[in-house]
Design a protein around this ligand. Structure first.
Ligand code: NAD
Length: 477
């Protein structure tokens, strides 16, 4: 581990300023290290540096240099991947295999955007003979990037690398729970010779002062935020006085629709993984099982057996199949939800704590009342509702019955039905006969209250770019 106390990072230098907060291993309550907590004053300094770098260097007009810097960044993370993986497991509590996937996917995504940096093209249109319009795609300016703790490397990389590829400079804010992991990634960035000082700046916080200051800053042009829908609404309101563009990747309540003709072995396998990866603390986790009535008993028995068989334990232990939650407060929060699920519905499998750490075994509950907040709200833990439907129309109506629209999955052997239903579900991603497949190449984002804009893929660049129209007339230039 590199840091016992994670500093801020401004203009290429570490800044050790502000009170110290503790980073705790949720699997055993051990204090892993500390992080400095920043302030609005530090944000103002970081934003000023980022703005000066944007206007005072040729970064935004040097796509080959940006590609080179991103390749160097990927190489640095690759060289230190074991350290990063171990730190994610320790700080976040997830499985080693999950942290491995997170880091390898992030390295791959950094290389993907390194390639795209050299392929940003505008267009030209001849309006009338001799009248030319050039449509130039250029960097939006300074990007403020605020990320949560559940996938601290993936969620940073998927905003930071398109921002850098597009030519932006950045001010970042990690989640306090994963400040040490974030500092290690900053150390990888600091070692990149092609990345000018001041392009990336980062401020930690143990509260919301830093995030709020980033959103309000007159020196920051666009915000890329990943977190809950409740915070996303505050970000949007906070960005209004300066009319910043906001990209919002928010909460989800992904339904998995299981038709009677589906391969139930496949559905149970995919949905155990889809619901319980990262102890269910993932925005696109399968959170509602919508089951056609004729296969309810069989599916329910099989999925309950699969959930009950999942070995919950420390992420470092290779036999564990589900790691811990992020902290004990979240375990207590989900335990209260389990009580309510027992009151409002029927508990099919009741989750329980282990003797140590922030562990909670999986819960399944049957519920028919779609209006219940247990169905309407994101529960963000290893807890899934089982609901039923009779026909396609009811399946679609129920799948679309929440304010969220981030992801969904459909299980059926009928390809026509699979495509038909996927078109009718209001979600940014629909997986067919699978759940939880993410790729650097494939855009993700939300309908409804799951967000605005898209990350990953070529469209991931759009949040960080503006289109400029340059007009010229023959004989005038
Ligand atoms: P959160 O909204 O509480 O916090 C996210 C980040 O915002 C943190 O860095 C936090 O410190 C900061 N923040 C909190 N209040 C703020 C404010 N008023 N102004 C500025 N910044 C503020 O979310 P969380 O609990 O850390 O993360 C879990 C949530 O993130 C879940 O809702 C999950 O679905 C969502 N999420 C969404 C995606 C996606 O791709 N859509 C991905 C991962 C997580």
């Amino acid at each position: 581990m590199s840091f016992k106390s994670a500093p801020h990072f401004i203009n290429g230098d570490w800044v050790n300023e502000g009170d110290l907060g503790e980073s705790v291993n949720p699997a055993n309550d051990a204090v892993l290290g500390r992080y400095h907590s920043g302030s609005a004053g530090l944000v103002a300094e970081a934003a000023r540096v980022a703005r000066q770098t944007f206007f005072g260097s040729n970064w935004s007009q040097a796509p080959r240099q940006r590609a080179q810097a991103l390749f160097e960044f990927a190489d640095r993370m690759d060289a230190r991947k074991d350290e990063i993986i171990n730190l994610i497991v320790a700080e976040n509590g997830k499985l080693r295999s999950e942290a491995f996937g997170e880091v390898m996917g992030s390295i791959s995504e950094t290389r993907y955007y390194a390639g795209l940096a050299r392929n940003i093209r505008g267009t030209m249109q001849e309006l009338m003979p001799g009248q030319m319009s050039l449509f130039h795609r250029e960097a939006a300016g300074v990007a403020g990037i605020i990320v949560p703790w559940n996938a601290p490397v993936t969620l940073l990389i998927r905003s930071l690398t398109p921002a850098l590829a597009a030519g932006c400079t950045c001010v970042l804010k990690p989640a306090q729970q994963t400040a040490l992991t974030h500092a290690l990634i900053m150390e990888c960035l600091r070692d990149c010779p092609s990345l000018p000082k001041g392009v990336v700046n980062s401020i930690n916080d143990n509260g919301i002062e830093v995030g709020q200051a980033i959103v309000a800053s007159p020196d920051i042009d666009v915000i890329s935020f990943t977190g809950s829908s409740a915070t996303g609404k505050k970000i949007m309101a906070g960005a209004a006085p300066t009319l910043k563009r906001v990209g919002l990747e928010l909460g989800g309540k992904a339904p998995a629709v299981i038709f009677s003709d589906s391969d139930l072995d496949l559905a149970v396998r995919e949905l155990t993984h889809g619901a319980l990866t990262m102890a269910g603390q993932i925005c696109v986790a399968a959170a509602r099982f919508l089951v056609q009535e004729s296969v309810l008993q069989e599916f329910q028995a099989r999925i309950a057996a699969a959930f009950a068989a999942v070995r919950v334990g420390p992420g470092v232990d290779p036999v564990s199949q589900m790691g811990s939650m992020i902290d004990r407060a979240n375990v207590a929060r989900v335990q209260r939800l389990i009580e309510r699920a027992g009151d409002e519905g029927d508990l099919v499998l009741r989750g329980d704590t282990l003797n140590t750490g922030a562990f909670l075994t999986p819960t399944l509950f049957r519920i028919d009342d779609v209006s219940s907040s247990l169905v309407q709200e994101e529960l963000f833990g290893p807890i899934v509702s089982i609901e039923t439907f009779t026909d396609e129309a009811e399946a679609v109506a129920k799948a679309n019955a929440t304010a969220y629209g981030l992801a969904a999955s459909v299980f059926t052997r009928d390809l026509n039905r699979a495509v038909r239903i996927s078109r009718m579900i209001r979600a940014g991603t629909v997986w067919l006969n699978s759940h939880l497949r993410l790729a650097a190449e494939a855009e993700t984002g939300g309908f409804g209250q799951s967000g605005l804009g898209r990350l990953h893929g070529p469209e991931g660049l759009y949040d960080f770019m503006e289109t400029k129209h340059i007009y010229m007339e023959q004989g005038q230039v």
